[in-house]
Write a protein that binds this ligand. Structure first.
Ligand code: ZN
Length: 250
């Protein structure tokens, strides 16, 4: 599949030149690309143009080894993400929940990023929201959409999962234990119906693609979370991860 076709697909879907774009991607779903993940990243950068900023998740695979933004791999979020942070000029936030960014707003987006509130306003997806960026889901659904966690944070939901992460502090490994606003995230798929026409759907290569403004995702999720704090959790007794999260509600 030629790179030019991917660029065309991205432009037709509505990726804005000069904008901020947060991408969650499954490389295998896009289709065979001779140039591998760098071709897909190149097509994304071409669609954004020189004034655009590309952002991808880049969180550490390993909770027990101190996070090192120059070394820690992120294969769990896919080969595109694990290729992107290694590319020249790409910045990476200094957190086990890291995101990587390239472009004029990369430094602002990868500013200090707290370990215990990984997806609040003071996080890369929170800054994409504040900067009125777009979110592109390539071959993945909203269950992979970290921007919904920004809405949970803004809504002040009380569910938490016990988590830990390891960071280096003054040369020493330090284990952080904290409660994270997380669960299985399957019900984030409700956003497909809730977003309606404010989400564009199409194909990029062979991948089913979804594109929406971060602000639309957050505002839509917030409306539903304010009506029902646990709208994203599975019914009690039907999902271990959601049950763990629910148990943290006082
Ligand atoms: Zn669940």
């Amino acid at each position: 599949m030629p790179c030019a076709r991917l660029e065309q697909n991205l432009a037709e879907l509505g990726v804005e030149a000069g904008g901020v774009l947060l991408v969650h991607a499954s490389f295998s779903s896009v289709g065979p690309l001779v140039g591998g993940p760098p071709w897909l990243i190149g097509a994304l950068l071409a669609a954004l143009g020189k004034d655009g900023t590309l952002v991808m998740p880049s969180m550490a695979d390993d909770d027990d080894t101190p996070f090192d933004r120059a070394q820690s791999r992120c294969r769990a979020v896919g080969i595109v993400a694990d290729t992107f942070w290694r590319m020249p000029g790409v910045l990476r936030s200094d957190s086990p929940h890291a995101f990587a960014a390239f472009g004029p707003l990369a430094e602002r987006i990868t500013e200090p990023h707290p370990v215990d509130i990984p997806h609040g306003l003071h996080s890369p997806p929170g800054r994409v929201y504040e900067l009125d960026g777009q979110v592109l889901l390539l071959g993945v659904g909203h269950d992979a959409d970290t921007t919904v966690h920004v809405a949970e944070n803004l809504a002040g939901v009380r569910y938490r999962q016990p988590k830990h992460a390891t960071v280096l502090e003054n040369g020493q490994a330090k284990r952080y234990e904290y409660g994270e606003t997380d669960h299985c995230c399957e019900n984030f798929a409700l956003l497909d119906a809730w977003l309606g026409d404010s989400q564009r759907r199409g194909k990029v290569g062979n991948a089913a693609a979804r594109l929406a403004r971060s602000r639309d995702i957050v505002a839509t999720a917030l409306t539903h979370l304010r009506e029902n704090e646990t709208v994203f959790l599975h019914a009690p007794g039907s999902c271990r991860e959601c049950d763990v999260a629910r148990a943290a509600i006082p």
